[in-house]
Design a protein. Structure first.
Length: 283
């Protein structure tokens, strides 16, 4: 279920939140999460942010009670600590956060490639969830895959589900080994869709369309098709077949895209390459 379509699992845990949510890193994804929490009705007074270069919007929230760049934990315990910094700075950042992690704190990391084992080495005895969202979170239409360590309680899992549901759907897995493929498919996936729109526009221009019109047609077609896929109960293959008349123009194009060494093999190789790189980044 996506944001805006009704109550999300875990939102009751957010409304009954007794401690604070601490966001460490307020870049694009961190800011999207923050906006999602505020949209769910969480008071800024229950939110804390650590960000060396806060946006004017985040700074303005301090007037409503948001805690910004506190040198130590707020009076109320941190219920959830969201790690949204670049994985390259993770070793130093994780060590600096030990004082913010209490006995009941659940740590949620959305850092690509940083494993539960890595996080546990810096935050000993902590309940930790490793998660991978994607950029449609910026409009509340992302999808996040999450995997907990053994210390995460059912109540903490419900809280984390609510925190992540603020920006879209959430799926849970038990095998952390799947996270490299998750990163390759959904984490990096928006770039593949944007490349498709880019390639379609260039192909339309090559076929004789003015560049502006080709851009508009490609953009609207990809966006509209994505929304149709989102709303429809039909699987992608059936939706594709419904557009394809035997011997028609769509069939002629699909014959090229689905030929040997076509789109399916290209996509399989691309996702395999992304998953391999994810494993390399994890060390």
């Amino acid at each position: 279920m996506n944001v805006g379509t009704g109550p999300q699992p875990g939102t009751s845990a957010l409304r009954e939140l007794r401690g604070h949510i601490l966001l460490v890193g307020a870049g694009k994804m961190g800011s999207a999460l923050l906006q999602g929490w505020l949209a769910l009705g969480i008071s800024p007074e229950k939110l804390a942010v650590i960000e060396p270069q806060p946006s004017p919007e985040i700074t303005a929230l301090t007037g409503q009670g948001l805690h910004l760049n506190l040198p130590q934990p707020p009076d109320r315990e941190i219920a959830a600590l969201m790690l949204a910094v670049k994985p390259q700075v993770a070793p130093d950042v994780v060590l600096s956060l030990q004082s913010f992690v209490g006995s009941d704190t659940v740590v949620v990391s959305i850092m690509a490639g940083r494993t539960l084992r890595f996080l546990e080495s810096g935050l000993r005895n902590a309940a930790i969830v490793r998660a991978m969202p994607n950029t449609p979170a910026a409009i509340g239409r992302g999808i996040t895959v999450a995997v907990p360590n053994a210390r995460v309680t059912p109540e903490q899992r419900e809280l984390v589900h609510g925190i992540l549901s603020a920006v879209g759907s959430v799926e849970w897995i038990a095998d952390e080994g799947l996270m490299d493929a998750v990163t390759a498919l959904s984490g990096s996936g928006p770039a593949y869709v944007f490349l498709l729109a880019e390639a379609m526009a260039q192909a339309g221009h090559a076929a004789g369309l003015p560049p502006g019109l080709a851009q508009s047609l490609a953009r609207a077609t990809v966006a509209g098709s994505g929304e149709l896929l989102h709303r429809s109960a039909l699987d992608p293959a059936t939706l594709r077949q419904n557009v394809t008349s035997p011997g028609g123009t769509t069939a002629a194009a699909l014959e090229v895209l689905m030929a040997a060494n076509g789109l399916q093999e290209l996509m399989t190789n691309a996702i395999a390459a992304a998953a391999k790189r994810s494993r390399e980044l994890a060390g």
